[in-house]
Design a protein around this ligand. Structure first.
Ligand SMILES: *Cc1c(COP(=O)(O)O)cnc(C)c1O
Length: 359
């Protein structure tokens, strides 16, 4: 069975080893006579799967007991709302860094529910093609929220030392979570939809420092309260059991390699494609060079017709998912953790040949 070179921005490629393990255990998980999908979330077997998933996350990021690791549903979009609802208290101001569509959506969600908000920095003036490096924080800040990797525009804050440390830091890491080492102690809360780098769609990892909610009365809406999910160990209601199981397998796959090696590999993979862009007049990167993402590589060709031809010819080589997001156009190659290096080699080679043939 031949698999495609899957550059999809999300849901994205999963490690082949993980897919094979799921296949092997699909009908009878570890000889128990049923699949993970068919287990009670309160069963001993599932409890083990869940606890091991949380434990692997804690080992990977050296998460201390000051934090809770949650697996929720509702996607990153629900976290836009929950962060604002739970963590901006009366008289406090949610500070936002606007670097793209997702970061802006989080800001708009906070405004929509009537919270005090403030734009600490924005790159909207240049269609989000760069990353602001200085932040103007409001009085009485509740937190500073930013997005580490801007999936649509192709920029990534790879150095988080530029963010202030004297106010709680919140980050949407949906599209570069666990693509490199991370000091979780810098953060009050991080969240990441699983479907980009750590699993299938259906669950969102949330790591929250518990004192962030201890100080305040919990919000009244049961399912939107972090306290509900911390107290219920992500099982207040039926959690997305199968996606969480797969996340557990992907985390083990990451742990086996180590985050340093994962990062090295990601640098090498993206480098193959950026090298082609940098060494040609034919392809134009769409973002400031120093801010570009190792996860989502955005570029344009001379015309839309040429881009269409490029995407079509790529398909014949099983290169898939390289059409840019509708709000930006052009091309986007997503090179998440699980994408084999071989796929980047195939794409880079194709790009060189296409430029020669059509330049
Ligand atoms: C994909 C993505 C989202 C949206 O995730 P949903 O699961 O669809 O809510 C939010 N933020 C970032 C950075 C993303 O890449």
């Amino acid at each position: 069975m031949e698999r495609i070179h899957n550059f999809s921005a999300g849901p994205g490629v999963l490690p082949e080893e993980v897919l094979l393990e799921i296949q092997q255990d699909l009908l009878s998980y570890k000889g128990n006579g049923l699949s993970v999908m068919e287990m009670s979330h309160r069963s001993k077997e599932y409890e083990e799967i869940f606890n091991e998933t949380v434990a692997t996350m804690k080992r990977l990021l050296k998460v201390t007991d000051d934090y809770a690791v949650l697996f929720l549903s509702g996607g990153a979009h629900t976290q836009f709302l929950m962060t604002a609802m739970n963590l901006i208290q009366e008289g406090k101001v949610g500070n936002y860094v606007l670097t793209g569509e997702w970061a802006s959506k989080a800001y708009k969600e906070a405004k929509k529910i009537g919270k005090l908000t403030h734009v600490a920095a924005s790159s909207e003036d240049k269609n989000f093609s760069y990353l602001p490096k200085a932040f103007n924080i409001s009085e009485n800040p509740a937190y500073l929220h930013y997005c580490s990797n801007n999936t649509i525009f192709g920029t990534e804050y790879r150095d988080d030392s530029i963010f202030p440390t004297n106010i709680p830091l919140i980050c949407d890491m949906s599209s570069d979570f666990l693509s490199r080492p991370l000091d979780i102690n810098k953060y009050a809360l991080i969240y990441a939809g699983a479907q980009k780098n750590i699993g299938p769609a259906g669950t969102t990892a949330v790591i929250i420092r518990k004192d962030m909610i201890d100080k305040f009365a919990p919000v009244k809406e049961t399912m939107l309260s972090y306290k509900t999910h911390i107290d219920g160990n992500s099982m207040y209601n039926t959690p997305p059991t199968f996606p969480i199981y797969i996340v557990g397998l992907v985390l083990k796959w990451i742990e086996k390699q180590g985050l340093e090696n994962i990062e090295k590999n990601n640098i090498a993979k993206a480098g193959l494609i950026y090298d082609v862009i940098d060494n040609s007049e034919f392809y134009k990167g769409t973002t400031a060079k120093e801010d570009r993402s190792l996860m989502n590589i955005t570029f344009r060709l001379a015309s839309e017709e040429l881009e269409e031809k490029f995407i079509k010819e790529a398909k014949s080589l099983k290169i898939s998912g390289i059409k840019g997001h509708r709000s930006v156009g052009g091309c986007r190659a997503s090179t998440y953790n699980a994408l084999p290096k071989k796929a980047c080699e195939v794409l880079a080679e194709f790009m060189i040949k296409f430029a020669k043939d059509n330049g």
